[in-house]
Design a protein around this ligand. Structure first.
Ligand code: ADP
Ligand code: G3P
Length: 497
């Protein structure tokens, strides 16, 4: 039997390919950044052809660089930046325009109109989402309304749409398969998470012809085989999940109440809520976590827009550190932030506050404030913002979380992880392999082809690297947390008056 699984992790800034062995060890890794296109303020685009070529290129490189053969790969799992959408011509295979990226805000005004039209409740109940330009549906409507000839061609059945997983599978299968999985479908604003199907009322509202839509599949099954020129043999494509859901699976948060937080540019926190699509009462999203063997699992999701990006601002904006890793020693050169609070809401505040207009703010500065206090307040802010989401999840699920599983680039920062544990008063657990997104995709693909026999077998692979336990100084921590809430309240006042 083939010895490896190939995971393709198509992210917002780079395409990556990772080869995993049966024990979950990384055998090989290849990565390539691609172009970020900013045609106007608030607009973010990607060249879908460049996405495809970089992704196929790193896949081939990851295999060849370690002297592996295609026959060594038992299956491919795909995980991807979510919501980013491509519309392409069915006959030529060419995109009609650049992909519109999840960060793109060009449909914000239209989203405001939908809200003013009283559509929020219906959309939340059907999709689990809030009305926001973040999701794919309004982006597709924009393409049909603004790209010359697109609507006519779409109505003639000549155009297809897809999130990045669909686009990749279409190309890997040489235009044979137009599919997506439930975790990507549920981020489009067009998919009903109760019926687990495309929703006619939503399609009509956004004027999107049904013929453009991919067939919706489970997250773990054989969808088809590679046929592209990049692969000289037919490898089964057997797992697909959006990157945050893949990370939840890669962290083995397979029981109700288990939570993971990914610390990158922003933070994405997901909690497994079991097999019912509960609507959040605390401003969280409800999303499909995965569907395996006919059984759907759901999750609550909340995101922090600016997390590691605040550390980048210390580096590139304030220039008080030369690289991201220096933030830890600088922050540790003082005992605490000495009453300084930094709310890094450069792009508004995400869940559970959802304040689009919020801007970054600092409170509590004195003549004695130094760059070290600001560095400390920056790390604190990442932890406080994540705390706000976790508290909302606890309130919605009516449970106390026992541990938070963490991954992503900023989790190397032990000071941040310790403070996270302190403010949550909960264990923070960092696994050995922090490539959990790719690992989740590999697990999903491996399960479908019998490379791994069961979830129980995979559980053995997930291993703890380090556990951070809450500090005993509860009084001081509670006082600090109160200060954070005051800062948020003051910021809300500032933006709303
Ligand atoms: N030691 C560190 N402490 C805090 N933040 C860090 C550290 N190292 C990297 N980061 C932050 O982590 C982010 C990169 O993580 P990554 O998971 O690669 O993010 P993404 O997938 O969003 O690009 C950057 O925003 C960077 O500033
Ligand atoms: O590509 P990432 O890791 O920044 O993730 C993007 C998310 O999927 C957006 O919802």
């Amino acid at each position: 039997m083939s010895k490896y699984i190939l995971a393709l992790d198509q992210g917002t800034t780079s395409s990556r390919a990772i080869v995993f062995d049966k024990q979950g060890n990384i055998k090989s890794i290849a990565q390539k950044e691609f172009t970020q296109i900013f045609p106007k303020p608030g607009w973010v685009e990607h060249d879908a052809v460049e996405i495809w070529s970089t992704q196929a290129g790193v896949a081939a490189e990851a295999i060849a660089s370690k002297g592996l053969d295609m026959e060594d790969i038992a299956a491919i799992g795909i995980t991807n930046q979510r919501e980013t959408v491509v519309v392409w011509n069915k006959n030529t295979g060419k995109p009609v325009c650049n992909a519109i990226v999840w960060q793109d805000k060009r449909t914000s005004n239209y989203c405001d109109e939908l809200k003013a039209d009283g559509k929020s409740k219906m959309i939340k109940e059907k999709t689990g989402l809030v009305i926001d330009s973040y999701f794919s549906g309004t982006k597709v409507k924009w393409i049909l309304d603004n790209v010359e000839g697109a609507r006519e061609k779409a109505e003639n059945g000549e155009l297809l749409l897809g999130t990045i997983d669909s686009w990749l599978v279409w190309n890997f299968s040489k235009k044979q398969k137009h599919i997506t999985d439930v975790t990507n479908a549920c981020r489009t604003l067009l998919f009903n998470i109760n019926t687990m199907d495309w929703d006619d009322e939503l399609l009509e509202l956004l004027t999107i012809p049904k013929s453009m839509l991919p067939e919706v599949k489970q997250s773990s099954e054989i969808y088809g085989h590679t046929k592209s020129t990049f692969f000289d043999c037919n490898i089964p494509i057997a797992g697909i999940a959006g990157d945050q859901q893949a990370a939840l699976f890669g962290q083995m948060c397979t029981q109700k109440g288990m939570v993971k937080n990914t610390y990158g540019t922003g933070c994405f926190m997901l909690m497994n809520i079991g097999n019912k699509p509960i609507v959040s009462k605390n401003n969280l999203l409800t999303t499909v976590a995965w569907k395996i063997n006919g059984k759907t699992t759901y999750a609550f999701e909340g995101s922090v827009f600016i997390a590691g990006a605040a550390v980048q601002w210390l580096r590139d904006g304030l220039k008080i550190i030369r690289n991201s890793s220096e933030v830890e020693s600088l922050a540790n050169s003082v005992e605490d932030s000495d009453g300084v609070y930094f709310v890094p809401s450069f792009a508004g505040l995400g869940a559970p506050h959802w304040n689009q207009k919020a801007q970054g703010t600092m409170f509590g500065l004195t003549r004695g404030t130094t760059d070290a206090h600001i560095a400390r307040a920056t790390l604190d802010a990442i932890a406080y913002q994540s705390m706000d989401i976790l508290k909302a999840m606890e309130a919605d699920a009516k449970i106390t979380i026992k541990e938070l599983r963490v991954d992503g680039g900023a989790t190397v920062n032990n000071t941040l992880m310790q403070f996270q544990s302190d403010v949550l008063n909960t264990k923070t657990v960092r696994p050995k392999v922090i490539e959990t997104t790719a690992m989740g995709a590999a697990f999903l693909a491996g399960l479908a082809v019998g490379f791994w026999k069961s979830e129980e077998e995979i559980q053995e692979i997930w291993q703890i690297h380090e556990t951070f336990k809450p500090s005993k100084k509860r009084k001081k921590i509670e006082k600090n947390i109160k200060g954070w809430y005051k800062a948020i309240a003051a910021l809300e006042y500032w933006t709303n008056n």
